[in-house]
Design a protein around this ligand. Sequence first.
Ligand SMILES: Cc1cc2nc3c(=O)[nH]c(=O)nc-3n(C[C@H](O)[C@H](O)[C@H](O)COP(=O)(O)O)c2cc1C
Length: 173
Amino acid sequence: MVTIISGTNRPGSNTLKVAKYYQKMLAQKGLQTNLLNLEDLPDQLISSDLYGKRSAEFRPVQEMITASEKFLFIIPEYNGSFPGVLKTFIDACLFPESFYDKKACLVGISSGKYGNIRGIDHFGGVCSYLHLHVMPLRIHVPAIKTELDENGDFFKEDTLKFSQEQIDKFISF
Ligand SMILES: Cc1cc2nc3c(=O)[nH]c(=O)nc-3n(C[C@H](O)[C@H](O)[C@H](O)COP(=O)(O)O)c2cc1C
């Protein structure tokens, strides 16, 4: 099972649009995926699912993570790093079995110039701790507001080229 994780719970996020775009591209190449939108986490996550607690609402999310072998994380830049809600989600998942010796592919996006280079590096450190093997080709998409057309698809030549290369590599990773 392959799961795409949209790495923010901000309503109307560009991250979710990019996650859906990747899901569509992967489906066109024959790979069906789950999409976990962090907006769907329990509202009470910090009191209901940390430090050994488990809510009925989070249980299906945990089951999906446990059953997944490969993950594609779409991660926006928030204050020079990845969003706190993404780390809280990781902290809520069972350790080590959720991510241990599994595979991940990382996509950084930002409204600014850097495409979340630092946040992807920071998240790569978390992946190392988790023994989650990260695919070498990471994609950074700056100025995300100029990158998506009215259907939520990438349309610029370079972005299409590098995202397609990443998608092909992810399928065979
Ligand atoms: C809390 C917060 C912090 C942000 N910090 C940065 C930042 O450090 N650098 C940047 O380029 N954009 C920053 N942004 C803008 C996001 O990169 C922008 O909203 C982009 O669309 C990706 O986030 P989204 O998926 O929430 O839309 C921030 C947005 C939020 C909500």
